[in-house]
Design a protein around this ligand. Sequence first.
Ligand code: FE2
Length: 330
Amino acid sequence: MGNVEKIVIGIESTAHTFGVGIATSQGRILANVNSVYTPKSGGIHPREAAQHHSLIAPEKIKEALKVSGISPSEIDAVAFSSGPGMGPCLRVGATIARSLSLKLRIPLISVNHGVAHIEIGRLTTRCRDPVVLYVAGGNTLITSYKDGRYRIFGETLDIAAGNCLDVFGIKAGIGLMPNPEIKSLKGERFYYLPYKVKGMDVSFSGVLTAALRLLREGVKLEDICYSLVETVYSMLTEVTERALAFTEKKEVLIVGGLSRSRRLREMMEEMVKLHDARLQVVPHEYAGDNGAMIAWTGVLQLLSNQTISIEESRVKPRYRIDEVEVKWLN
Ligand code: FE2
């Protein structure tokens, strides 16, 4: 491979975001172009999101090429997010990636979406070997690298932490995060909500149900938001602390959409101090789903020869991060 800089284009389409990123083997992000599908009401309908992705794709690919200033002939490989995610959305990204691979005659790379969140976090914060809290609207897990894989220490047993806060926000009429957290700043009274940590796993559906019950009972919205935010973040901090104590690592990295939360960062900051560890948080731009993280993880996989054939390029809606062989960390 010598010292020639490799260039990878990455396609993200697991849920509501369609993203195109371009990254190089020197860790440069040349483009990160994303478009988020927002439904008029309620949650994401997979088919509608998929339709949005296929309509917007050609324009976003052109935009990414333009921003990066490279031509298609300079691209060395194409990576796509193969899961976990919504089937119809995943298939749009996979189809585009396969056609680019055929058209440009370049290798195809299947990237795990969760691993990509971690890798863009490591790249942008220069973390080496952290305990990772991956928190978002669709995922909540605590993981760390050991013996060739990102091992899952704990995860949600039901809904994701971000989903819990988002659904409450929608039902309370204040909208998605960060609105529930902003409201929580004005809260004064704490109401007990079912705090559920089971071993290293967490459960948020009971918290959500109890918060919605308080809402129906007419409890002050700011107080419910305050109780909800504090309870959810305490649970996340507790399990991350346990993983940190167990692994004796010295870095904690927060990735995923919820890493933008100020209060979560504050609580985690206090916790890591007790363990002489450092807290790193993925930059805002790379917190939510994005194309750059797929492109960058594609680079790592390309350099470890982890490419696949078109025949093998099926999408995996339930793809877990511990199924991935993390060869680039050996
Ligand atoms: Fe994500």
